[in-house]
Design a binder for this molecule. Structure first.
Ligand SMILES: [Zn+2]
Length: 210
């Protein structure tokens, strides 16, 4: 490109005089789409992560394991509550009260992120066969995250097997009559409610408002 001295080439008011309605004065640099700008941001985030990595890591030496490490690192910025298996709300899609379970990145976010990084890697000169974002280990990791989050949040999950949380450990065999009330873990539904279920104890469910 050569810089023209200003005002030499063409009469300056040829375009300036045009009526305001039809002015082509705006060079229409088309703005990046949401996806593109997000992709660029993600890519920069990843490069920054590599830069700060200890020991130092370059893109060419970045493996699928490093990508997974990156995804785990992102969990600290997550906003999705993922219940641990010991939590009373494990498997509840809408827990009635807060709990202390950690926030993580939702599976869908990670999956979309990997898709963008994978594309960005090749757009920035990376070879498809060395694209660690498409590595098998990464796919497996994403799948594990998906499955575990599906379970933790109560989304129907294919496996039918259901473990009872420590039921038969002590000698509690004799009381198996009706008292299945305090089994905190199992997601037993509330059927009916008030129509005389609990006969042995007269514990009225008083909701003591504190
Ligand atoms: Zn929880």
């Amino acid at each position: 490109m050569d810089d023209l001295p200003s005002g030499s080439g063409e009469p300056p008011d040829a375009t300036a005089n045009s009526p305001a309605g039809k002015s082509r004065s705006q060079p229409t640099t088309q703005p990046l789409s949401r996806y593109e700008s997000q992709k660029r941001r993600d890519w920069n985030t990843f490069l920054q992560y590599l830069k700060n990595h200890k020991p130092p890591l370059t893109l060419s030496r970045c493996s699928g394991a490093h990508v997974i490490e990156f995804l785990k690192y992102l969990d600290q910025f997550g906003k999705t509550k993922v219940h641990v298996t010991g939590c009373a709300y494990f498997g509840h899609p809408n827990p009635p009260a807060p709990c202390a379970c950690p926030l993580k990145q939702a599976w869908g976010s990670l999956d979309a992120l990997i898709g963008r990084l994978r594309a960005a890697y090749e757009e920035n000169g990376g070879q498809p066969e060395s694209n660690s974002f498409g590595a098998r280990a990464v796919r497996i990791y994403l799948r594990e995250v998906k499955d575990s989050q599906a379970k933790a949040r109560g989304i129907p999950y294919e496996k039918k097997k259901r473990k009872r949380a420590g039921g038969s450990a002590s000698g509690a065999t004799e009381r198996a009559e009706n008292t299945s009330v305090d089994g905190g873990g199992s997601g037993g539904g509330e059927d009916g409610g008030t129509s005389g279920n609990i006969s042995s104890n007269e514990v009225a469910p008083v909701t003591s408002t504190v």
